[in-house]
Design a protein around this ligand. Structure first.
Ligand code: NAD
Length: 459
């Protein structure tokens, strides 16, 4: 299926392709021909036909686990989900039905999977952050290959333990750094590596979380408290430390971080506000973070509520969830501690510098990146990027619309299935070996934030 890309402002190459106007729709194939990319974005020159589908067991059938496993429904010739471990009974049942998993291969706690003889090629781990280390080590010891959600684990020691166990067992561990698989970042990487903008001198990278996403996940949600889960620089921004490391292609040497929690704390609770937004809060109608507005009136981010199929019950269930779960609580009265803004300075090899910011208070999500090279620069925002050639002054702008995560989720699945099916980790961009580095950067940044130091990144 060709993806349509909208190109504005023609480059010299494109002018030779057609008498380009200000805006031109090109198929991926045409774009690929211009920039020497793969003609099909799902394709990787290392892909080969599989003799049989890879079999996998999902551990944690929540939001992410379902996204990855859905690949088996789209490509049953490549992936077959043959088992599940999920503590939530409704999710467990729904998932087992969706993938036709027999009761003998359905488990509640992840530990029970490994009490059985190995019955699949691989395990997909999509449990909460603090439930990665246990199933991952067990899976490797049992001889399974692994697809592991980020963050790899919650502490540096645990990340290194997974890395060392993967090395010792010789198993494949792919980490879900999905941005590496998005066409946008793949193209940026290709353009940088081709030398189009010369040598990189510095990078500015912004991760706008968006205020509703921030309150949903990092104030009310499962990632609100760094002691229960992991620090936000790891939980949210290990994607960004990874992307910077990957694009720059030099190791991070030193890192420094500032940042704190400014707004979402008790001392900022407005007069007249209540424990829950449903308790008759006096400022509910003017509060941008009102749970009634976000979940009930706007119907955003409802996937956490496991809503019944019968839409007549939706309203009642949402209201009940707002009265009984953290999602209905006042954002100023939670047990959250994650910073709502961070700035990180990184010194990479060859004196390349990067400035990264994570911001809660934005009306938009995505990533914004400015890459400064010796021969040109790139300005991008996950959907559009412009390359400017210093010598000719020519600007080439691409605008490409993809799905959630820049289209990386199922492209990662494709590469991981290929890697497992052919026992070739080289097909994967985000193996455990390269992914650990982004986590070590994040841990060092967090140490810097607390200790007010410049930290060395020791790989
Ligand atoms: N790659 C990305 O971009 C990305 C995006 C969001 C989340 N994540 C990560 O993905 C992971 C899952 O996040 P999610 O949003 O899907 O969460 P989720 O809560 O929707 O899913 C996790 C599931 O694990 C289940 N679970 C918990 N403990 C279990 C146990 N002991 N045994 C079996 N099942 C258990 C839960 O019941 C839940 O259904 C987290 O580590 C998160 O940080 C990654």
């Amino acid at each position: 299926m060709p993806f349509k890309y909208l190109m504005s402002k023609s480059s010299k190459a494109l002018q030779t392709l057609s008498s380009a106007t200000e805006s031109l729709i090109l198929t991926w194939k045409e774009i690929a021909a211009l920039f020497g990319l793969q003609p099909d974005i799902y394709k990787n020159p290392l892909h080969k036909p599989l003799l049989k589908p890879v079999t996998a067991i999902l551990i944690g059938a929540g939001h992410r686990g379902n996204i990855y496993s859905d690949y088996a429904l789209i490509r049953p010739d490549e992936l077959n989900i043959v088992g599940v471990a999920e503590v939530h009974a409704v999710r467990n049942g729904l998932f087992a039905r969706k993938h036709k998993i027999p009761s003998s291969k359905r488990f509640y706690a992840w530990e029970d999977v490994f009490k059985k003889e190995k019955f699949a090629d691989a395990v997909i781990i999509a449990t909460p952050d603090n439930v990665h280390i246990g199933p991952c080590i067990k899976a490797l010891e049992k001889g399974y290959d692994v697809l592991l959600e980020k963050p790899i684990a919650c502490t540096e020691e645990e990340c290194r333990l997974i890395l060392n166990t993967a090395k010792a067992t010789g198993r494949i561990v792919g980490v879900c750094h999905v941005l590496r698989y998005s066409p946008y970042f793949r193209q940026l990487k290709h353009i940088i590596d081709s030398g189009t903008i010369g040598n990189i001198v510095s990078v500015q990278h912004l991760e706008p979380i968006e205020f509703v996403h921030m309150t949903h996940s990092y104030v009310r949600g499962n990632w609100r408290n760094s002691k229960i889960t992991s620090p936000i620089i790891l939980a949210k921004s290990c994607h960004d430390t990874d992307i910077l490391r990957w694009l720059i292609n030099e190791p991070a040497e030193q890192i420094q971080c500032f940042g704190n929690l400014t707004l979402f704390k008790a001392e900022n609770a407005p007069a007249g506000s209540t424990e829950r937004c449903t308790d008759g809060c006096a400022v509910e109608s003017t509060c941008p973070f009102s749970a009634l507005q976000i979940y009930y009136r706007d119907r955003k981010r409802l996937y956490v509520f496991d809503l019944p199929k019968d839409s007549r019950k939706t309203e009642k269930v949402i209201l009940k969830k707002l009265k009984t779960t953290n999602y209905g609580r006042c954002v100023y009265r939670m047990d959250n501690d994650q910073p709502d803004h961070l700035t990180v300075n990184i010194q990479f090899g060859k004196n390349i510098t990067a400035a990264f910011s994570m911001e809660a208070f934005t009306s938009y999500e995505g990533r914004c990146t400015r890459i400064m090279g010796t021969k040109g620069d790139i300005v991008g925002d996950m959907e559009t990027y412009t390359i400017t050639d210093f010598r000719t002054g020519k600007e080439t702008t691409w605008s490409l619309k993809t799905d959630f995560h820049g289209g990386g989720d199922h492209r990662l699945m494709k590469d991981w299935v290929q890697a497992v099916g052919h026992q070739n980790p080289g097909i994967l961009s985000s193996t455990i070996g390269v992914s650990v580095e982004s986590h070590l950067m994040a841990f060092a940044a967090e140490r810097s934030r607390w200790n007010k130091t410049i930290e060395n990144v020791i790989v």
